[in-house]
Design a protein. Structure first.
Lengths: 296, 326
């Protein structure tokens, strides 16, 4: 007989193994992840994959139809009103969308996480100030603010990224605040303080690892949000400026011909839809996959 | 045993402000009310009382995790308030109630146990690894748990990990806040025996908090009984279990000594429910539930009356309650 029967069996997989197992078992997550990875690879390899220069105009080849509507393989997805190869513009457009999504989410994620974690951990006055800032931010309509900023600074890729990055931090702050509140009362935080951990160390190495899964979920949602907003702003003419190949801009440029050549709008609309759907599927999947761990 | 207290509470009060509802007026809640308590080197002081009486609050104040609203905490006669957190944490370590909440679920057991060494910059990774395995052996865990995570362990195993973390820096004082109350009965005694062995092996001083007098009798040398933020009786463990003075201590004892083993929850024989700490009863806070209540108990708050081995706070034991009243 052993002295400590309860001490002998260590069962079950590590949290990392569990997570991996659940990720690979979650269909929505896997579909979203595969599409997203594909789009990222396409964006990264754009110069290799694009059959033509996305800026090269050819006035004699305007609005050639895509191959499935009677066009030729020279321009598989046809050409736009300036004779630019539509497939090449779509491929380069993936770069614009993904870049806007990633950088805007990075900026707003940094701001929102810092504010939310500080509010949740310190509480009291810090929390009151952050809650006020969140309310102020929520009272500002993103599109109107973007219109105003672009009217002052002029539209460009970096202005759009900046505006979205500085405006989309609210959900990060709300979620990170709530997650931190949930964790900060746990006894392991008190134990870390009793051991002499500094506040930054507690925030970074005790609290962050426990809320980072929620952060990743919000990152995916806000990426999708930023990509859609960029498309909307570009469509309204206050986002990315021509001749940059942006999917929103392509929809906008195609809309005059929509009744005669609907594919001009449908093709960029469809890829935008697929990208946002993939990101959202992945975000939802991540939430499912990581939720059971939060409970224990 | 020496008479020099290593840890001392002097007239400590802790007041929380409770806000009820969105527009409710904030109300003060006195979790600790003018508490004085000594912890002598090498002793095990048991602290008992019902849920919500302020035991954990007292532990947090002793650990320096919360500041007292009034009064002072002294470590070796020096105020805790001004002392270096890092130095203090080498001397006083906690073991918490809930081993499911006291271990970071994202960290491996190895990381959890060696965290104190890393925070204090003690040793290199090889020597920390040796310490880790020594501690695992001491608390009775196999070496291979080092790589596993809390979610893979049982409650008893987790509590052993928490004990290893608390002891790896060889503290003098360990504050145990109900370290077994979240565990299965069968595991409870293992952990209690482990704590008793460790005390002998390392010469530890314990403050042992529990709502269960039976557990305290097992381990403690001295007992303090707490009621609604005050220490109502303090005595050696033998005295308390033979001739408890305060009616509240007696009621607690009676609940432990219930003859019928099949009775699930022991009857505290206290009748009325625990009072609302926001609006404590007047006079002696215990008077609404007291079996020996006297007319003046509801008007005059009792004061500590010294006894041979401690003190008791009850009008049954003070000489001139009526003179004081007039
Ligand atoms: N941070 C806080 N804010 C407000 N009130 C608090 C806070 N912490 C504790 N209290 C209150 O102080 C009183 C004492 O709480 P404490 O946790 O010390 O009780 P306890 O004796 O440890 O109880 P238990 O046996 O349930 O652990 C309770 O009424 C509790 O509601
Ligand atoms: Mg408690």
């Amino acid at each position: 007989m052993t002295a400590f029967p309860d001490a002998l069996e260590i069962t079950g997989p590590t949290p990392g193994q569990q997570l991996r197992r659940r990720m690979f078992g979650h269909q929505g997550f896997m579909i979203g992840a595969v599409f997203l990875v594909l789009l990222v690879i396409i964006a990264l390899l754009a110069p290799v994959l694009a059959p033509h220069d996305p800026y090269a105009q050819s006035l004699s080849n305007r609005m050639v139809r895509p191959v499935f509507m009677g066009g030729t393989w020279e321009h598989p997805l046809g050409t736009d009103h300036l004779g630019r190869d539509y497939l090449s513009r779509l491929i380069y457009g993936a770069r614009v969308s993904l870049m806007i999504g990633a950088v805007a989410a990075l900026i707003s994620g940094t701001i929102g996480t810092a504010l939310g974690v500080a509010a949740g951990y310190f509480g009291g006055r810090v929390d009151a100030v952050v809650t006020f800032l969140i309310n102020v931010r929520l009272a500002m309509p993103v599109v109107l603010v973007a219109l105003a900023v672009v009217a002052i600074l002029g539209g460009s890729l970096s202005v759009v990224i900046g505006v979205l990055g500085l405006l989309l931090w609210d959900r990060f702050a709300v979620v990170m605040r709530a997650s931190t509140l949930q964790i900060r009362g746990r006894e392991f935080v008190a134990a870390a303080r009793a051991v002499g951990c500094s506040t930054p160390r507690i925030l970074l190495s005790e609290i962050m690892p426990n809320i980072v899964n929620n952060l990743i979920v919000v990152v995916t949602l806000e990426m999708a949000h930023a990509i859609l907003l960029e498309a909307a702003l570009s469509f309204l003419g206050v986002g990315v400026q021509p001749p940059t190949p942006s999917w929103g801009l392509m929809v906008s440029e195609g809309k005059n011909m929509m009744l005669f050549e609907p594919w001009l709008v449908l093709i960029p609309g469809a890829v935008l839809f697929v990208l946002v759907l993939a990101i959202n599927l992945m975000g939802d999947g991540l939430r499912d996959v990581t939720a059971p761990e939060n409970r224990n | 045993m020496t008479n020099k207290p290593v840890l001392e509470l002097k007239n400590v009060s802790k007041t929380y402000t409770i806000k009820q509802g969105l527009f409710g007026k904030p109300k003060p809640l006195r979790a600790l009310n003018d508490v004085s308590l000594n912890l002598q080197h090498g002793e095990v002081l048991g602290l008992v009382g019902e849920s919500g009486c302020g035991k954990s609050t007292l532990a947090k104040i002793l650990l320096g995790l919360e500041a007292p609203s009034e009064g002072q905490v002294l470590v070796d006669g020096q105020a805790l308030a001004g002392q270096d957190r890092i130095a203090l944490s080498r001397r006083i370590q906690p073991i918490f109630q809930d081993p499911y909440s006291s271990l970071n679920p994202r960290k491996s057991i190895e990381d959890i146990i060696t965290l104190p060494l890393r925070v204090h910059g003690i040793g290199d990774s090889a020597s920390r690894d040796r310490e880790l395995h020594k501690m695992l052996d001491i608390v009775g865990l196999p070496a291979r748990v080092a790589r596993s995570y809390p979610s893979q362990m049982s409650g008893g195993q987790r509590q052993r990990v928490a004990i290893a973390r608390a002891l790896i820096m060889k503290p003098e004082i360990v504050i145990c806040d109900e370290p077994t109350s979240a565990l299965d009965v069968s595991v409870q005694s293992q952990i209690l025996n482990l704590l008793a062995d460790l005390r002998a092996e390392f010469g530890l001083t314990y403050l042992f908090i529990s709502h269960n007098l039976a557990v305290v009798e097992h381990l403690a040398t001295r007992v303090a009984v707490m009621y609604l933020g005050r220490i109502v009786e303090e005595a050696d463990v033998a005295t308390l279990f033979e001739t408890a003075r305060h009616p509240y201590s007696r009621a607690l004892l009676a609940s432990v000594l219930t003859p019928d083993p099949d009775m699930g929850v022991p009857d505290t024989q206290l009748g009325a429910a625990y009072p609302n700490p926001i609006a404590p009863p007047s006079g002696c806070a215990f008077h609404p539930r007291c079996a020996k209540v006297m007319p003046h108990c509801s008007r005059i708050a009792p004061w500590p009356v010294p006894t041979s081995d401690g003190h008791v706070e009850c009008h049954l034991y003070d000489q001139q309650p009526l003179q004081a009243a007039s």
